[in-house]
Design a protein around this ligand. Structure first.
Ligand code: ADP
Length: 456
């Protein structure tokens, strides 16, 4: 299943929230301030026009040609016009359209190609019958320019700010979630190595993740404890069974060799002998497994000649193979066969794999056992043209007591052989792979480090 990243999801969500909140906030602040400055301007304009009218009333002697009156204040330009629309005093912007009609209504907006203004006209009557206009003009081009500039900057800075925040946030989330990745890696390591003695690193941060690691370690302690007790039980049980089974075996051997038995009695004792032998093999296998699975189990390291060992196992197995007329081909391509490892376990590895190839081989079949060396690694190949393993069983054959349904009926095994083989390979820090075609044959490839890895 495709892995979905929490980091990416959280970053996406908070970036989205940030974009929405910032857009609302900036947009709102922007509109409000624009609206506010426009309203301020209009009020200022109306006030200034009103002030001029008051000043004219205060100093009637100087009207209409009084240059002492203020015609510019707080950005507002003021002009006095006669009834024909001629400017008789005051100041107006250079590019303001001179013939713009006078209106008595509220503030108007006037613009040409380059400028924009607010205009407020007020009529007043002088000497009862002379009509004059006071016109106030306030430019808002500057505000417009400012607004345009601000919009441009916001449009440039907004994505940069969002990307920067998203990036920094992503780094921070990654840092906070790093322990989760470490926990996942460790749990994977525990799962794949099946080593229950491994523990998660508990950090000093005393946060949720360190608590999770602690809880997990407690759980592992419990599982390991249970596991050790279970293993101890099977090891003790196997020990206890060993002696009575050997007694039964030796009694059977004695009866078969030294006693006068009729045909029926002999057959019965032979069955007992065979079954006891089977039990004895099972107990041996269980003891070997529990021994090699002990927490601090260390393999015995011997230096020996792998070619000689492999050849002698192959020779021993030939008698068994000949019962099914199976031919074992031994190909040794090792130039230097010296090997450091546990000799007893390596013999067990060869025996188990070759005996499986015989057990599950077809009459008149072939087995290939090949030794090769590449880049300091020894490769052992076991190939047969036997009954093969169904695809769905390939990853289960390594489990304890697992037997493929089709092989159960005619097998003398108990499903521990490959479990042991894999354990032996693990103890020698090697790898094992299987490939098989059901009905056509099976191939096991084992790689083992030659010397150095084990010694270090
Ligand atoms: P067993 O004691 O049953 O042989 P193993 O652990 O050695 O147990 O093998 C597990 C199962 O894998 C066997 O039951 C068998 O079905 C299958 N198997 C192992 N080796 C071979 C092989 N060379 N060819 C076909 N099947 C095999």
């Amino acid at each position: 299943m495709k892995k979905k990243s929490i980091k990416r999801r959280i970053t996406l969500w908070y970036t989205l929230v940030l974009v929405i909140v910032l857009s609302i906030f900036l947009g709102g602040a922007f509109l409000a301030s624009e609206q506010y400055s426009k309203t301020e301007m209009k009020e200022e304009l109306i006030d200034e026009v009103g002030d001029l009218e008051e000043d004219i009333s205060k100093y009637p002697d100087y009207f209409p040609s009084n240059d002492l009156l203020a015609y510019y204040d707080d950005g507002v330009m003021l002009g006095i016009y006669n009834s024909k629309g001629d400017l008789i005093n005051g100041i107006i912007p250079d590019d303001f359209p001179i013939d713009h009609p006078f209106v008595k209504t509220d503030v108007q907006e006037v613009s040409n190609k380059t400028d924009k203004w607010y205009v407020y006209d007020k009529v007043f009557i002088w000497n009862d019958d002379e009509v004059y206009w006071i016109r106030g003009i306030h430019s808002y081009s500057e505000i417009s320019h400012l607004v345009d500039m601000l919009t441009k900057w916001i449009l440039i800075l907004f994505p940069i700010l969002i990307s920067f925040t998203a990036f920094v946030g992503y780094l921070m989330i990654s840092k906070s979630l790093r322990p989760v990745q470490e926990i996942t890696d460790k749990v994977n390591e525990i799962t794949h190595s099946a080593d229950l003695s491994l523990r998660l690193q508990e950090s000093e941060s005393h946060d949720e993740l360190s608590y999770l690691a602690e809880t997990f370690n407690d759980m592992l302690d419990n599982i390991e404890d249970q596991f050790i007790r279970e293993k101890q039980f099977s090891s003790d049980a196997a020990h206890e069974l060993r002696t009575p089974i050997s007694v039964i075996l030796s009694h059977c051997e004695y009866m078969l060799q030294d006693m006068e038995l009729n045909k029926e009695e002999r057959e019965e004792i032979e069955i007992m002998y065979e079954k006891s032998q089977y039990m004895s093999n099972l107990v041996d296998a269980l003891l070997l497994i529990s021994r090699t699975e002990k927490k601090n189990y260390k393999i015995n390291l011997d230096e020996f000649d792998l070619s000689v060992l492999a050849e002698s196992v192959v020779d021993d197995m030939e008698i068994e193979a000949s019962r099914k007329n199976i031919h074992i081909r031994f190909v040794d391509q090792l130039e230097d066969a010296s090997f450091v490892g546990d000799m007893t376990l390596i013999i067990r590895l060869f025996t188990n794999l070759i005996s499986n190839s015989i057990k599950y081989g077809k009459e008149n079949g072939n087995i290939l056992v090949q030794l090769q060396e590449e880049n300091g690694l020894i490769t052992l190949l076991f190939e047969d043209n036997g009954i093969g393993i169904p695809k769905e069983s390939l990853d289960k054959i390594w489990d304890r007591f697992y037997q493929v349904e089709t092989s159960r009926a005619n097998s003398q095994g108990f499903g521990l052989g490959l479990f042991m083989v894999r354990r032996i390979v693990q103890l020698h820090k090697g790898t094992i792979e299987v490939s098989s075609s059901f009905g056509e044959g099976t191939r096991f490839v084992i790689t083992l480090p030659k010397l150095s890895k084990l010694e270090s």
